[in-house]
Structures are given as structure tokens and as C-alpha cells.
Design a protein around this ligand. Structure first.
Ligand SMILES: [Fe+2]
Length: 384
């Protein structure tokens, strides 16, 4: 491990955060793995060919979901305020739908005016090394000081306490992903946002994210998340078969667009503690506009699940639409794709840092805890 020492051009406003070069080569593929589902023993190898009726049904679900994903993309949903996660949200109804529409319209209008007048533009990075590393690797493990980690721990203590309370009330076998996440809000947890913003500004993280994304950026969400060794969502990939769990289980690209994410570890995380993992440089793999939309559509539309019904539905799609954002569980261990992913697979344990900035368009996974419990803060950086 060597510390990157090309930070001599850091502007005085950005303090130097310790960044380490990754110990593995970058992903050598130029695209995401191409999976032959017809030959896969849990898909085409298991199920009979879909009937015409099943194909029409699958295509119908796909097209409706594709329309939904297109609307999300057009309204730039991932860079809009998320009312559902705000305190006091009363559920989706006519009133809240109207509120969404008027809010999105006024935000889009003011952003357009900002672009035309030149007021809306990406920041100039005060820490070019950070920007360069996120561009080349898609992931940057940084090391915050013990004091800064303590501050983060303090301002998220309330969130974790709430989470502990909630999780204690849900039996392990009934816990879903969202049950393990507490969404801080600016109204209820202002100090969590203020502390993260102050630290990120100190290291030029927000400016680098803005320059990378090509738009103004801020801290959109701060989430506290707990994973433990009882929550083994990545195991038993094909529960109705005798197939061993594949190495690639849970490798995925995010369904979101136009944001960067950051994980802050509030305690040490070793190889068995569910570290965040990233395939170095995979965010630069070529994914066309249509392919990206198809992958997200399949995830949103229930095609990416691995229960038999979901797999049958997926196989009823035309072959060119059989692509997932959550594809890792379908990779065959003996494929050359897996060999390439393994070469570039970086496990960001605490040895490398405690603040991991990454682009979710690259292949990644995390929270796969083999021993104990992982407490982590996830921060979403997007236009706000
Ligand atoms: Fe993800």
C-alpha cells in the first residue's frame, strides 16, 4: 500500500485526506458481463420455454416499468427532494402527487434558468487528486481523523438508537433491507447533515463530486445502516435448486442515476465485517443508454428476483432484454467474466480507510457480514 503523494496542488481550502492506492489492477472488461441465460442451469436449463401468453405478460410488465423508469429519468428523480423520506410524509395521494408535480416543475424551471444564466455550474475541485482517483477507479477510500469519526458517531447516535429499537421489534426472518436503514432528515437530524457537510467540505469531497457529476452537488441523504451476521441476503441465491452460491452474489450496479455515494465506517471493519467492495474502474465499462434503462427496468419490475416465479418471468422476456442491474448472483464461477471481476475486486476494509467515496454505476456490493455487526453511515451526494 502506498499513500498517493500527488496532492501538492491541493488548494489551501481542501485539507489533505489520506488516500491509498488500490492494491489490485483495474477491471479489464470493457462492458458488464454478458450472461447466457438460456444455458444457465437455474434459468433456461431448468424451465421449459415460455408460452406465448407468458411472453405477452412479461413484455407488458416490462413496458409499463420501462415507462416508469423513463419518467424517473426525465424528471431527474434522483436529483430531486425525496418527500417520502421527509418527516410527516402522509403517503402518496392526490395532494402529495400535486405537491410533487409543482415542486419538480419549479425546481426544473429554476435549474434551467440557472444553467442559462451560468449560475448553475459544477464546482472547481480544490482537491484534483480526489477527482482523478474517482474518475479512474470509481472508488476512493479516505481516512478521516479519530475526532471526525467520533463526531459522526455522536450526531448519528440517535438514528442508530431508533434503528436498534425498530430492529428489535422485527423478527430476524421478517427483516427487509429497509428495516436496517434509518433515514436522517434535515428537520429531525440537522446536526447529522451539518457535521457531514463540514467534514466533506474540509476535504473537498463535495467539490470533487460536483466536478465529477458535472452539476452542483450537496449532501442529499444521510442514512444509518446496520447489517449483522443473521441477515444473510446474499446466501441461498437459488433456493429451489442444489446449485452452490456463486462468488458474484450481490454484485450489482445501482438503479440510481447522477449521484455519488459515500460510506463512513463508525467502527473497524475487517474482511468478515461486511466491508464495502468495488470492482476497480468498472464504472468506466461501457453501458449504453438503452442497456442502462433495461437493467434498471428489470430490477424495478421484479424481473431480477431469484425466486422461481421471478426467474420464469425474466426468461419470458426476449433475450435482448434479459439484463439486470443486480446481475452478480447469475454469474457462473467458471466464466472469464468472473475471472475479470475477481481481478479488480477490491474489499475496502478499515485498513484502507474509514470513508469510502464511490460511483454506484460501477460494480459493487457490501454489508455481507460473516461475523458480528456492521454499523455504517451512507451519504448520498446529488444536486439538492
Ligand atoms: Fe449499491
Amino acid at each position: 500500500m502506498t499513500t498517493i503523494d500527488s496532492l501538492s496542488d491541493v488548494a489551501p481550502s481542501a485539507r489533505e485526506a489520506r488516500m491509498q492506492a488500490l492494491p489490485i489492477p483495474p477491471y479489464s472488461g470493457t462492458s458488464l458481463p454478458k450472461i447466457d441465460y438460456d444455458a444457465h442451469p437455474a434459468y433456461g436449463g431448468l424451465f421449459p420455454k415460455a408460452t406465448l401468453r407468458e411472453r405477452i405478460h412479461a413484455l407488458n410488465v416490462f413496458l409499463r416499468t420501462f415507462a416508469f423508469v423513463t419518467i424517473r429519468r426525465i424528471v431527474d428523480y434522483d436529483n430531486m427532494p425525496l418527500l417520502t423520506k421527509e418527516a410527516g410524509f402522509s403517503g402518496l395521494n392526490f395532494r402529495t402527487a400535486l405537491r410533487y408535480i409543482s415542486m419538480y416543475t419549479s425546481i426544473r424551471a429554476s435549474r434551467t434558468i440557472g444553467t442559462l444564466t451560468g449560475a448553475r455550474r459544477p464546482a472547481t475541485p480544490a482537491n484534483p487528486a480526489l477527482l482523478n482517483q474517482i474518475k479512474s477507479d470509481g472508488i476512493v477510500p479516505l481516512t478521516l481523523s479519530p475526532d471526525e469519526i467520533e463526531q459522526v458517531r455522536t450526531v448519528t447516535h440517535r438514528g442508530f438508537a431508533r434503528l436498534d429499537e425498530r430492529r428489535a421489534g422485527i423478527p430476524l426472518e421478517k427483516r427487509k433491507f429497509d428495516d436496517n436503514v434509518y433515514w436522517c432528515t434535515r428537520s429531525s437530524d440537522p446536526e447529522a447533515f451539518a457535521t457531514v457537510e463540514e467534514i466533506f467540505n474540509r476535504y473537498g469531497i463535495i467539490e470533487a463530486a460536483s466536478a465529477y457529476l458535472g452539476r452542483p452537488v450537496g449532501v442529499k441523504h444521510v442514512n444509518a445502516q446496520i447489517n449483522d451476521d443473521g441477515y444473510t441476503f446474499w446466501k441461498g441465491v437459488f433456493p429451489d435448486t442444489q446449485l452452490n452460491d456463486p462468488w458474484g452474489s450481490y454484485l450489482h450496479i445501482d438503479a440510481t442515476y447522477g449521484m455519488l455515494k459515500c460510506a463512513i465506517y463508525v467502527h473497524d471493519i475487517g474482511p468478515d465485517g461486511g466491508p464495502f467492495c468495488y470492482v476497480r474502474g468498472s464504472q468506466n465499462a461501457e453501458i449504453g443508454w438503452f442497456e442502462g434503462m433495461v437493467r434498471r427496468t428489470n430490477d424495478f419490475g421484479g424481473f431480477s428476483g431469484r425466486k422461481p416465479e421471478a426467474r420464469k418471468l425474466f426468461m419470458a422476456l426476449p433475450a435482448f432484454l434479459r439484463k439486470k442491474a443486480d446481475f452478480g448472483g447469475d454469474l457462473r464461477d467458471d466464466s472469464t467474466d468472473v475471472q475479470r471481476l475477481r481481478e479488480g475486486h477490491f474489499s475496502a476494509t478499515s485498513n484502507y480507510g474509514n470513508c469510502v467515496l464511490f460511483d454506484g454505476n460501477g460494480v459493487h456490493r457490501g454489508g455481507m457480514v460473516n461475523k458480528g455487526e456492521r454499523r455504517c453511515i451512507f451519504i448520498l451526494l446529488a444536486e439538492i
